[in-house]
Design a protein around this ligand. Structure first.
Ligand SMILES: NCc1[nH]cc(CCC(=O)O)c1CC(=O)O
Length: 309
């Protein structure tokens, strides 16, 4: 029996990184189900976040900005699934939507991009580092209080060009994003998670659907990665206990190894002088609890002025 195409409409932002991720999900679906590529139609949706490029972004209200219009399209049934960087997703989703799963996670680490040199040690005192991430800024200040960290926003290309031109001496980017864009060679080094923790969800591509749309979910479930799903459940539960607003420097990373999950989380003051760390282990069937407990213990440890109540 022939069925009219497309079978699924996939919503995504239009940035090169978002499009790569959307195509990765389409490729996984098409390969698994042995469909024609046209069976998954990619629908590009412009979000508020795409329209704002200055500091107003962080004041305007954080994470939802890159997902709002896409989630509205899902709820209005203009698309059947949405693909996002897991890192850019808030911990609370709109009613009626859920994350059905993730592609196998890529390298979670941050990369350092230097104009000259090969490691953090090669940056001279006073060197100018650009980032828009409070988490990266605080961790960098902790390791190198002598550096000058200032705001550098824009897509990956923009940030790289401002280092190349000399406007900045260095910047930090997720190695996963650079790799997806074919630019892993721009990384001078990748920072070990032992002293530089990634954002919750970093390196993972999330697939969001309507909660009660079992027909769609049944097509997606076979291509999602269970271990990544467990890790993200831990990390997102941890973040939900602490902050959804992304105004506090927070890092978190869960690693699934056999039957055990190891979670590590950090919270810092903006200037990096205060640093709180937690490490917890738990079994696979207690992923949610592991993240919640880690988050609550972290909250109990951190001075209240570092976290929103
Ligand atoms: N905030 C933008 C964003 N969202 C996801 C990635 C990288 C890809 C990933 O982490 O999966 C990036 C760029 C960056 O932080 O370097």
């Amino acid at each position: 029996m022939t069925q009219s195409l497309p079978r699924l409409r996939l919503g995504t932002r239009g940035s090169p990184l978002a499009l790569w991720q959307a195509h990765a999900v389409r490729d996984a679906l098409v390969r698994h189900h042995r469909w024609e590529p046209e069976a998954v139609e990619i629908v590009v949706i412009r979000t508020t976040g795409d329209a704002i490029t200055d500091r107003a972004l962080s004041e305007a209200g954080g994470k939802g900005l890159f997902t709002k219009e896409i989630e509205e399209a899902l709820l209005e049934r203009r698309i059947d699934l949405a693909v996002h960087s897991a890192k850019d997703m808030g911990t609370r989703l709109p009613d009626g939507l859920h994350l059905v799963g993730y592609l196998p996670r890529a390298d979670v680490r941050d990369a350092l991009i230097l104009r000259e040199g090969a490691s953090l040690r090669d940056l001279p005192a006073g060197a100018k580092v650009g980032t828009a991430s409070l988490r990266r800024e605080a961790q960098l200040r902790r390791l190198r209080p002598d550096l000058k960290v200032s705001l550098l926003r824009g897509n990956v290309q923009t940030r790289l060009s401002k280092v190349a031109s000399g406007e900045f001496d260095a910047t930090l980017l997720a190695i996963a994003g650079l790799t997806r864009l074919g630019m892993a060679d721009k990384a001078s080094c990748v920072l070990d998670t032992a002293d530089f923790l990634p954002a919750v969800g970093q390196g993972a591509v999330a697939i969001e659907t309507r909660q009660r749309d079992l027909a769609v979910d049944s097509l997606i479930v076979p291509v999602v990665c269970p271990a990544t799903g467990l890790a993200l459940r831990v990390e997102r539960a941890y973040l939900a206990e602490l902050d959804g607003s992304c105004r506090t420097p927070i890092g978190g990373h869960a690693l699934v190894s056999g039957e055990e999950i190891t979670f590590r989380g950090v919270v810092l003051s903006a200037d990096g002088t205060q640093y709180y760390e937690i490490v917890r282990h738990g079994p696979r069937n207690r992923a949610l609890e592991l993240g919640m407990v880690a988050g609550r213990e972290m909250r109990a440890m951190v001075p209240p002025d570092l976290l929103p109540s």
